[in-house]
Design a binder for this molecule. Structure first.
Ligand code: P1T
Length: 701
């Protein structure tokens, strides 16, 4: 029996053998609530979050299908394959090829790799930028090259694959979601057009079911200037399946997409924003009470140095309103504001001596619910239920025999495991008024290494709070732009300021709180919601998904220690034989007094110069100490050989997990679980970039 009296055997979770298997999970639908009010719509618009696919776009479905077709006719691991693709599509093909061990070379017209070259390079797939302007010319040259080199030309399948994948999957998922939740029959599906094959596939689905009441509307850009839009359009196909075509203006699309992200927390790319913009216009034309579904092509990852970056807007003279500076801390520093102890957790945890279950003096725990609904109330419900994937190549390559499962937290709505605690801390404050009352108009201020900041910015956008983030300069510009896009103000603090300095990210947050009316610091270093989110949810997911497979070892990095503390408590309670290892970088003191040299390191999010209250070191069986170089090299290896698009601390956790497996000589049937806290989006100009790695001698043999 499970905790709530339901037979535990009724339903079991799953683990996936590759990240591509996890890609078969449906993406959720989320209603637009604030925009509905803002535009006084009488109809509902639901957005389908394709950016939560494993390589970040709708094209993951196409790439998967195209390689399946190729395999049907004999393409196997190790084969050389050519394809014409740019942008997100190229990343999807490269990710699938990485998992399948296929040697892919990607060809594209001029400029089509501009936003994605670093990611493609990290995936280990060569790119060839052709001196042509159109996809049809590029396709012809790809065909020529394939013939010359005796390689297989995947272009044979790409249009059919996009058509079939979207007919079989995207359209069916929409209908399944609608049927499950009775959100009203779909009146229209709106989707950005690039080739148009996905739109045609969706239209074909409805045509095939005899449902002629569903309009499929494709959106393209007036001058083909929005990335991923219109460059490769197959008009015949669109006509054949009756896809309507609408056009948007580039700058209007950029402005609107920025607004969409900031008001709804829907972290969409510009072609997706353009589609939502047209959906709003369409909603005003359709009868009241209609349901419109917008398929979001991709997310913000590729555009953090493009339309989301004010510097890019100014440099490219785009008519888009740039962000204003938010409040800055007063230069006069009042030492009294730092009468604060980030090493003390608010409230008390207690453990029942018999059941071993934990409770907390101030917070009622949430029941674990393993369901992943197809229709969500808000985008915050797309946090959690991340897939657990078995590594296929990396452990063997490092002489490890046992099974290693990774929990892909980069697939959370805001892109990291810290979304969970942000959501939980906001929920607790809304319910209990602790550590401060959250009423409309309140300003949340949070010191963070970025991911908690992104999670809180997302929660603030959805729940209608103002948000100021204080973050050390070391953290990536990508993180800052993601938060700014969600409407937050970001203040950078010096890396060298100790946690108790008025100039540190913690010090500045506290100074601002004393200067701004109705400000609340939820404070991830002391907030019980931090470890709790992982105790009641993340750990439960791991146990549920592992099902009958016993767990021998769990390896987790530590920053605030919320992840390792929460997960460790639940794992020890339920599986007393399992061991939990914390990983702490050299230069941090979390692992204990033996390691007191506080020093600079590059991996973001882990380690501190103090012991946060959210870290209970007694919950952890033992520690490993990590180095930057091994961490980044392992993250790159996971990307290149497993298609797992993870961040630096993920590489850190996996590297040291494998070291533990080796030193413990774990047998073949042992199972190890490692949490991957975030993904590549945060680090495209950092460890994904060879120059950045070389400057730090991380690529030296
Ligand atoms: O804080 P903790 O639960 O121990 O998680 C550590 C961690 C690991 N990896 C990454 C990429 C992270 O961002 C973090 C923690 N991040 C913060 C503390 C933060 O403010 O985003």
């Amino acid at each position: 029996m499970s905790q709530n009296g339901v037979q535990a055997s009724v339903k079991k979770g799953v683990t996936y053998n590759t990240i591509l298997e996890a890609a078969q999970r449906p993406t959720p639908l989320v209603p637009l609530r604030k925009l509905k009010v803002e535009h006084q719509l009488q109809s509902d618009i639901y957005v389908k979050l394709e950016y939560l696919n494993v390589a970040g776009s709708l094209e993951d479905r196409t790439a998967d299908k195209a390689f399946q077709f190729a395999e049907e006719i004999g393409v196997v691991r190790g084969d050389e394959v050519f394809v014409t693709a740019g942008g997100s599509t190229a990343i999807s093909y490269a990710t699938v090829a990485a998992v399948k061990g296929i040697k892919l070379t990607i060809y594209a017209p001029k400029g089509e790799f501009a936003l994605v070259d670093t990611v493609l390079h990290t995936l280990g797939m060569p790119t060839v930028e052709l001196p042509v302007a159109t996809y049809s010319e590029a396709r012809a040259l790809t065909e020529e090259a394939a013939q010359q080199k005796g390689a297989f030309n995947l272009n044979k399948f790409t249009t059919n694959a996009a058509f079939v994948a979207n007919l079989q999957k995207t359209a069916c998922e929409i209908e399944r979601a609608v049927n499950n939740k009775s959100i009203g029959k779909v009146g229209a599906v709106v989707i950005p057009l690039n080739t148009g094959a996905p739109a045609a596939g969706i239209a074909a689905y409805y045509k095939g079911t005899g449902d002629h009441g569903v309009r499929v509307v494709g959106v393209t850009c007036k001058k083909d200037t929005i990335p991923e839009m219109g460059l490769d359009l197959k008009n015949d196909l669109l006509q054949e399946y009756g896809v309507e075509k609408r056009e948007v203006d580039e700058e209007e699309a950029y402005s609107f997409t920025r607004h969409l992200i900031g008001t709804e927390g829907i972290m969409a790319g510009p072609s997706s924003g353009a589609a939502v913009l047209e959906a709003i216009k369409l909603a005003k034309e359709l009868p009241a009470g209609s349901t419109i579904v917008v398929v979001l092509q991709d997310g913000i990852r590729n555009y953090l140095r493009h339309f989301l970056d004010d510097d890019w807007i100014v440099a490219n003279k785009k008519n888009v309103v740039t962000r204003k500076d938010g409040p800055q801390p007063n230069s006069t520093y009042d030492p009294k504001v730092l009468v604060y102890d980030p090493t003390k957790l608010a409230g008390e945890w207690t453990q029942d001596p018999e059941t071993k279950a934990w409770s907390h003096s101030e917070v009622e725990f949430n029941q674990f619910n393993p369901e992943r609904p197809l229709v969500l109330d808000t985008v915050l419900d797309a946090i959690g239920k991340t897939p657990l994937v078995k590594l296929q190549h990396v452990p063997k390559a490092h002489g490890v025999k046992c099974n290693v499962y990774v929990k892909c937290e980069y697939l959370n709505a805001g892109g990291s495991t810290k979304d969970r605690i942000a959501k939980r801390m906001v929920e607790i404050a809304e319910k209990t008024g602790k550590p401060g009352k959250l009423v409309p108009g309140v300003t949340l201020i949070e010191p963070t290494s970025g991911n908690t900041g992104i999670g809180l910015s997302l929660a603030s956008a959805v729940r209608g709070y103002k948000c100021i983030i204080t973050m050390p300069k070391k953290m990536s510009k990508e993180k800052a732009i993601a938060m700014a896009s969600l409407g937050s103000t970001i203040i950078r603090t010096p890396n060298e300021a100790g946690f108790d300095s008025p100039h540190s990210h913690i010090g500045v947050a506290l100074r601002l709180k004393s200067e701004i009316q109705d400000a609340v610091v939820l404070d991830q270093y002391c907030n019980p919601g931090n470890p709790l989110a992982h105790y009641e949810q993340t750990a439960e997911e791991i146990i549920y998904d592992m099902g009958d497979k016993h767990i021998d070892l769990v390896v987790l990095t530590a920053g605030t220690g919320g992840t390792v503390t929460g997960i460790s408590r639940k794992i020890h309670e339920r599986i007393p034989t399992a061991k939990v290892v914390g990983v702490d970088p050299h230069g941090s003191i979390l692992a204990g007094p033996a390691e007191t040299d506080i020093d600079f390191y590059e991996v973001e999010g882990i380690g501190y110069d103090f012991l946060p209250g959210t870290l209970d070191t007694s919950a952890i069986d033992y520690w490993a100490k990590s180095h930057d170089k091994e961490s980044f090299l392992m993250a790159r290896e996971l990307i290149r050989t497993e298609g797992i698009l993870c961040g630096g601390s993920s590489g850190c956790a996996v590297h040291y997990a494998l070291e533990e497996c080796k030193s413990l000589n774990l047998p073949e049937d042992a199972n190890v679980v490692v949490l991957l806290p975030d993904g590549i989006r945060n680090y495209i100009t950092k460890f994904l970039d060879d120059d950045w790695m070389n400057e730090r001698h991380f690529l030296d043999a």
